[in-house]
Write a protein of this length. Structure first.
Length: 109
């Protein structure tokens, strides 16, 4: 996948991943990794920024498999931001898809 495309949509995918269920970092890396190639060096700085921007908050939860894990939870402002971001993405993707169709290029590939 094009690196610039990935950078543009990664935040949306991470927010969508924790919207319905709180997740810890490695869990997010695994889930997002099923969609695109990502690593810890990409996800953890994004999570830190989302926490700093108050779109997410964290809490520790004991694990039966080792030390406590830091879970990420969407805040109310994070849910609002996710809605806005999703609407923007859908509009953007629709505009690009329409442009590709109107150009006739999709018939040539």
């Amino acid at each position: 996948m094009n690196t610039q495309f990935k950078k543009g949509v990664l935040e949306l995918i991470v927010l969508l991943s924790i919207a319905d269920m709180d997740k810890y970092g490695y869990q997010l890396i695994s889930e997002v990794g099923e969609i695109m190639d990502v690593n810890e060096g990409t996800i953890y700085p994004l999570l830190k920024r989302l926490v700093n921007d108050e779109y997410c908050e964290t809490y520790l939860k004991q694990s039966a498999e080792g030390p406590a894990r830091k879970y990420y939870h969407l805040t109310d402002s994070g849910r609002i931001y996710l809605k806005v971001l999703t609407q923007e993405w859908l509009k953007f993707a629709d505009t690009v898809n329409n442009f590709i169709k109107e150009s006739g290029f999709d018939d040539k590939i």
